[in-house]
Design a protein around this ligand. Structure first.
Ligand code: IPM
Ligand code: MN
Length: 369
């Protein structure tokens, strides 16, 4: 029997609510399979700052260090409340980026998936969605503008200025390129490389290294697309994409657009993978406006569990079962408020009801051999 320690970082806002539903799924997975999970909750985010004086407290770092995998909820406060925390202690800068840096989770997988039968969730017309949306966005997660040198100051003339450096070296680009090509090999063998090499020198090196790595993957067709054009095509013809790879900031923006074309950021789970550690998180924020109401969509959190089962524990079939269970809740005509548009014929259910339905559906699926 395999035993895994999982650090659970509930986070802020809707974090604890959607984490509860993920835990229901983890418990059932343990009950059904020859596996046991030790689930260890640890403070992380703005709540942790107010409780412990740091958004990524030492005790949490230790729990994460010792964990086999980390499941993290969204973090952050609304714009006004954020100001109550010193800039460098705000959870994005003080907890999330340090978490990414600590475990060097350079490969961020953000699936953008909507089967044809759920086309009504999307703001796009059914004819644009065609056979459904199925894209894997691969975002470089520990480089670029997010982690480059930063400076603010005032010039001799008294003008305030700011400088943030977009830096990549070829080692950073090569390792994410390999991840992207390997992913393309497992899928349709087409890779869209997203760049801005008509302006940014960082993209020129990025593209060069992509081409070099591509030599080792002659079966994969690589297509280079400017990031602004890619944003347009995501709306006009998402079906042209399968695997997309891009630097950190482009990936932040285009993956939210991915959530947009699905109809809700609540449909965006993710995996953040390094060579020695991975953590899993919804791609979206903590939605303080709806926190505490139990109306958030836990799909992104449960989907992150599915990605953990596959990528950290090698439980591929059970991961598929979790996806299938979630899709079946939608197929039965239920969803949370974000996807229950008036007149859509969808029955609105709350967060725990969605989790319960996923659990019921999973229970009915055959236990993997
Ligand atoms: C994401 C989030 C983070 C990011 C924020 C919370 C710092 O938007 O994971 O996409 O920009 O990377
Ligand atoms: Mn983002």
């Amino acid at each position: 029997m395999n035993h895994y320690k999982i650090a659970l970082l509930d986070g802020d806002g809707i974090g604890p609510e959607i984490m509860k539903e993920a835990v229901k799924v983890l418990n059932l997975v343990a009950e059904r399979n020859k596996v046991s999970f030790e689930l260890i909750h640890a403070p992380f985010g703005a709540g942790a700052y107010f409780e412990c004086g740091h958004p990524f407290p030492e005790q949490t770092q230790k729990i994460c260090d010792e964990a086999d995998a980390i499941l993290k909820g969204p973090i952050g406060l609304n714009h006004e409340d954020s100001k109550k925390i010193p800039v460098d202690m705000q959870p994005e800068r003080g907890a999330l980026l340090p978490l990414r840096r600590r475990y060097n989770t350079y490969a961020n997988f953000r699936p953008v998936y909507l089967p044809k039968a759920l086309a009504h969730f999307s703001p796009l017309k059914a004819e644009i969605i065609g056979d459904g949306i199925d894209i894997m966005i691969i975002r470089e997660l520990v480089g670029g503008l997010y982690f480059g040198h930063k400076e603010t100051g005032v010039t001799a003339e008294g003008v305030r200025f700011v400088k943030e450096v977009l830096e990549y070296d070829e080692i950073q680009i090569r390792r994410i390129a390999i991840v992207a090509f390997e992913t393309a090999m497992k899928r349709k063998k087409v890779l869209h490389n997203i760049h801005k090499s008509n302006v940014l020198k960082s993209s020129v090196l990025w593209n060069t290294v992509m081409e070099e790595v591509g030599q080792d993957y002659p079966e994969v067709r690589i297509e280079h697309i400017l990031v602004d054009a890619a944003a347009t095509y995501l709306c006009l013809n998402p079906g042209r994409f399968d695997v997309m790879v891009m630097e950190n900031m482009f990936g932040d923006i285009l993956s939210d657009q991915g959530g947009g074309i699905l109809g809700s950021l609540g449909l965006m789970p993710s995996a953040c993978v390094g060579d020695n550690k991975a953590y899993y998180e919804p791609s979206h924020g903590s939605a303080p406006d709806i926190a505490g109401k139990n109306i958030a969509n836990p799909y992104s959190m449960i989907g992150s569990v599915a990605m953990m089962l596959e990528m950290s524990f090698g439980m591929d079939q059970e991961a598929k079962n979790v996806w299938h269970a979630m899709q079946s809740v939608f197929a039965d005509g239920y969803s949370t408020a974000d996807l229950s548009k008036p007149g859509s014929g969808v029955t609105m259910i709350n967060t725990p009801a969605f989790g319960d339905r996923v659990v019921d559906a999973l229970r009915k699926l055959p236990v993997p051999a």
